[in-house]
Design a protein around this ligand. Structure first.
Ligand code: SF4
Length: 248
């Protein structure tokens, strides 16, 4: 019996469909390829859509001056803005300026801010920052990033809030948990470290948008692009978003 020789395959083996599509960059209706990162046109469109949805977004912490905003921002760590506003409604009339906080009774202040959580550390930060403001800055919150970072308990996020919203000085971009999550979902950064995210955003977003942009992302994060279940159907950035977290 003659043995029939098997022909060698003349083409590469077929790759299952799923493997092909996983390797391919996904494209949205507008043609932005997954993983390619931001481009100026796309950024401008994102900014325009945020302006459209949140034209007057601002800080939800109630304050009458930069010093009160500083205290509220310290209190807002791991706490809702609503709770902070409830506490400061009675706190600010009792402690009207930096001097009154600087020489406050620590035990008393701890009790007063207890509902905001982490009240011992927050008391130390508030008294420490107030003392420094009184002793080194004539009772006024300093207006430069370099100086404001010398205040105890003040890191870049708090400094950016106070300089941006309190003084209207765009020294950086506030990166809180919402800005962090949305910057990743909108592919404005690949980083998880807030400092690196801020550096990316400062390169990509025009400086005259830094202050408003972070407020807008915070509002969008609270109302629509929520952490666990983003409401993508209601999102006006949907056509620009190729996040794997999308719910549609
Ligand atoms: S489409 Fe969804 S995931 Fe993307 S930004 Fe909007 S809400 Fe967030």
């Amino acid at each position: 019996m003659t043995k029939i020789k098997k022909k060698k395959p003349t083409h590469a083996p077929r790759v299952p469909h799923q493997q092909v599509s996983a390797a391919r960059p996904r494209k949205t209706a507008r043609g932005f390829a997954f993983g390619k990162g931001p481009n100026p046109t796309r950024i401008q469109t994102i900014l325009a859509k945020l302006d459209e949805a949140y034209p007057a977004a601002t800080c939800a912490l109630q304050h009458e001056n930069p010093f009160q905003l500083l205290i509220s921002t310290i209190l807002s760590a791991q706490c809702t803005d609503e709770r902070v506003n409830q506490v400061t409604a009675t706190l600010f009339p009792k402690y009207p300026d930096a001097k009154s906080f600087a020489y406050a009774n620590p035990a008393e202040l701890e009790t007063e801010i207890r509902p905001t959580g982490f009240f011992r550390n927050k008391t130390k930060s508030i008294i420490g920052a107030s003392k420094k403001i009184v002793e080194d800055f004539h009772g006024e919150v300093p207006k430069t990033m370099e100086e404001i970072l010398t205040l105890p308990g003040v890191a870049r996020k708090t400094a950016n809030v106070v300089l941006g919203t309190g003084f209207g000085i765009a020294s950086g971009v506030v990166v809180d948990t919402h800005v962090q999550r949305l910057s990743q979902r909108l592919d404005l950064t690949k980083h998880t470290d807030p400092k690196k995210i801020e550096q990316d955003l400062m390169k990509e977003i025009p400086q005259d948008h830094w202050i408003l942009f972070s407020h807008q992302l915070i509002w969008h994060g609270r109302k629509v692009c929520q952490a666990r279940k983003p409401r993508c159907l209601e999102c006006n950035l949907e056509s620009l978003c190729y996040s794997r977290d999308k719910t549609i």
